[in-house]
Ligand binder design. Structure first.
Ligand SMILES: C[S@@+](CC[C@H](N)C(=O)[O-])C[C@H]1O[C@@H](n2cnc3c(N)ncnc32)[C@H](O)[C@@H]1O
Length: 394
């Protein structure tokens, strides 16, 4: 199916759900104010906060509320471009599948879309929010779909049944958005250690282990799986990838980075993984930081970039600052401080010189890097900045 046809069909489907596409916060929130009472807004904020800080009951309560017919179109309209991005990509891979499980399907927006477009395949959507499943089933019934059913199951409490040659799990496996993930081995590197206990701890506290094990149990030995979670930070991407690899899942194609807007906010999501089981692994897992937007660094031409005296000669707040720092010529450390937390996390600040220039470098075990280079005459600003950072560390 041509991508344009898919996208157009998906838009019509989202319209059928009464979702609207907004690209202006002002217009979206004006519409939200028309649809929601102040009590609705209060309840939503309360449930969102409980979901963020509470346990699985709070999370289920949030999704139950979100499925309410009054709330659902307004709330999920924020995810309009998310649905487009994930829906079109997933559809492109469903071709060979016969029995498809959509795990954590929510109200079934995409599951129903897939089932409409592929009447010859069987779909099942599973979620632990009973209100979401009720909405999904009601919507599927309205369309008279016979190749789709929904089940209310909490995979953490009971095993999934059946056997599938295709499993889809989008925004359903790594539910703890606040979890910082796995720190690097030290501030000097982006590499993660191979301590099993750290990996297991990540999988347990995010709920990944039990969910992924549940899915692997029902995936055929030659089945395929699509996974897309909010794991763009390396600290979350690495343990997710290791969890997939440890369960015998391999990359069937190069993971794709996902970008869409939630109304005005640009969201960098994914990666979008297409995984297979069995056969030879042909692609390696990438544990390096993504290519970033840090300015290119040429150690022989730093002074050439001098123009405005208020602007540093070079400034990079991205992981690529590390390569620039490593490339500094005749680097001399003048002062440095490294703080280490009891759990091994580190933060390092360094003030030094490189030939006739002065620099400040900061790095931590969550892949944050910062390099600022100034000319000698402005080295006092670097000292002040260094002191400021030290005060922030205490
Ligand atoms: C962020 S929503 C994603 C919905 C849908 N997959 C999508 O991409 O729009 C996550 C869903 O996963 C469900 N979920 C989380 N943990 C689950 C579990 N242990 N068993 C079943 N469903 C679960 C939640 O109830 C929620 O509806």
């Amino acid at each position: 199916m041509a991508p344009d046809f898919l996208r157009q069909s998906l838009r019509e489907h989202l319209e059928w759900w009464e979702f609207k596409h907004f690209s202006s916060d002002r217009e979206y929130f004006a519409w939200q104010r028309q649809q929601f009472s102040s009590e609705d807004l209060k309840q939503l904020a309360l449930h969102a906060e409980r979901k963020r800080t509470g346990d699985c009951r709070d999370e289920i309560a949030f999704y139950d509320l979100a499925a309410h017919p009054k709330i659902c179109p307004v709330l999920y309209s924020q995810r309009y471009e998310y649905y487009e991005e994930i829906g079109v990509r997933t559809m492109a891979h469903l071709g060979q599948a016969k029995d498809v499980l959509d795990f954590g399907c929510g109200i079934g927006v995409l599951t129903i879309f897939y089932a409409c477009l592929f009447p010859e395949k069987n779909f099942i959507g599973v979620d632990r929010s009973s209100a979401s499943i009720a909405v999904a089933q009601e919507r599927a019934d309205k369309l008279g779909l016979h190749n789709l059913r929904f089940e209310c199951v909490d995979v953490e409490a009971e095993p999934l049944s059946g056997s599938y040659d295709f499993v889809v799990a989008t925004h359903a496996l790594v539910q703890s958005e606040q979890d910082r993930g796995l720190p690097s081995q030290s501030w000097r590197t982006f590499e993660r250690g191979r301590h099993l206990s750290q990996q297991l701890s990540f999988e347990e506290r995010t709920g990944l282990a039990v969910r992924l094990d549940g899915l692997c149990q029902v995936l055929n030995s030659s089945g395929r799986m699509i996974v897309c979670e909010k794991t763009r930070q390396l600290a979350r991407r690495v343990p997710l990838q290791r969890a997939l690899a440890n369960r015998g899942l391999q990359l069937a194609e190069r993971p794709a980075l996902i970008r869409y807007r939630t109304v005005e906010e640009v969201v960098d999501d994914g990666p979008f993984y297409v995984l297979s089981r069995g056969g030879e692994a042909t692609l390696n897992w990438d544990e390096e930081p993504e290519q970033d937007q840090g300015p290119r660094f040429n150690p022989d031409a730093v002074s050439m970039s001098a123009g405005d005296v208020n602007v540093p000669l070079y400034e990079n707040h991205w992981p690529s600052a590390q390569a620039a720092w490593e490339g500094l010529k005749d680097r001399q450390v003048i002062r440095e401080t490294t703080r280490q937390a009891p759990d091994g996390r580190q933060v390092h600040a360094e003030r030094g010189s490189s030939r006739e220039q002065h620099y400040l470098y900061c790095a931590n075990t969550f892949d944050q890097r910062q390099l600022v280079i100034v000319e000698e005459a402005r080295s006092a600003t670097i000292d002040e900045y260094y002191q400021e950072i030290l005060r922030g560390l205490t």
